[in-house]
Design a protein around this ligand. Structure first.
Ligand SMILES: NC(=O)c1ccc[n+]([C@@H]2O[C@H](COP(=O)([O-])OP(=O)(O)OC[C@H]3O[C@@H](n4cnc5c(N)ncnc54)[C@H](OP(=O)(O)O)[C@@H]3O)[C@@H](O)[C@H]2O)c1
Length: 248
């Protein structure tokens, strides 16, 4: 058995990755907060592969600890960790931003990712096999106005990915940072707290789909063990850079 953990698997990129990996019969440990969605996904995918689900909030250190305890028997044969859960909240200048939004981004995108990785990594090292795939963003390479905190979290993911690769040198563990541009998922709806405003983000252009990113993740996983795709930047053809979007 070779388990793959996917955080944030209840929607968007995480869900598409779960669906794609399930179609290859890869056993999955799916994480997210929305228990009902996790149950539906488990029901749907378990005809193709083994699926275990754990609903908890990555901002809660105690809940991560509990997951690591309960899932211990699975972790001893876990080889892949896809750190996908994350979010942006609000499009505000920093001086006008909400402290709750700031904390939610830092606690999820940075602390949650670090704590989960710190908990799972010893098992990968012990197993002498492992691949950690982090979902960074082009926001981790280019800062844009009214995105200071979200960009800061994704710069952190990028720096962490680079540093972790150095710390793991000499082990067989690979670390990949995937950095997409605009992907049409629940991301903008969560950020703007409005479905209609979210639809406007993609108006007149063709964004990436969650499946595009899932296929990229699978491609990275499938490279031979001596090949580590360190980072990948993926934009839609209609987006040249952050803020430069062609609309028909
Ligand atoms: N969409 C884009 O344009 C884009 C571009 C670049 C990078 N990304 C990155 O890609 C990753 C996936 O985003 P997405 O586009 O697929 O967005 P999404 O559809 O909103 O999915 C985000 C996932 O993260 C989970 N999540 C959020 N907060 C959580 C928490 N506190 N604890 C546990 N799980 C949490 C959500 O699950 P629950 O709500 O069930 O917890 C959900 O499954 C994120 O890291 C995002 O920053 C997205």
């Amino acid at each position: 058995m070779s388990w793959t953990i996917i955080s944030g698997s209840t929607s968007g990129i995480g869900l598409a990755t779960a669906e794609l990996l399930a179609s290859r019969a890869l056993p999955l440990i799916l994480l997210g907060r929305r228990q009902e969605r996790l149950e539906e996904i488990q029901k749907k995918l378990q005809s193709q592969t083994k699926v275990e689900i754990f609903a908890f909030d990555l901002r809660d250190r105690g809940q991560i600890k509990n997951f690591l305890e309960v899932a211990k028997p699975l972790l001893s044969t876990t080889h892949n960790l896809i750190n996908n859960a994350g979010l942006a909240r609000g499009v505000d200048s920093f001086q006008e931003s909400d402290l709750e939004d700031i904390d939610e981004m830092i606690e999820t995108n940075v602390n949650g990712l670090l704590h989960l990785t710190r908990g799972v990594l010893p098992f990968l090292i012990e197993n002498k096999k492992g691949h950690i795939i982090n979902l960074g963003s082009v926001a981790g390479r280019v800062v844009y106005p009214k995105g200071a905190v979200y960009c800061a979290t994704k710069y952190a993911v990028r720096a962490f990915s680079d540093g972790l690769r150095m710390d793991l040198l000499g082990t067989p563990i690979r670390v990949t940072n995937i950095e997409p541009g605009m992907v049409n998922t629940e991301f903008s709806e969560v950020r703007l707290r409005s479905k209609s405003k979210a639809d406007q983000v993609y108006a007149g252009m063709t964004p990436l789909t969650a499946k595009d990113i899932a296929e990229t993740i699978l491609w990275c996983l499938e490279r031979p063990a001596h090949v580590n795709i360190q980072e990948l930047v993926i934009y839609p053809t209609d987006q040249a850079s952050v803020g430069q979007v062609y609309r028909r």
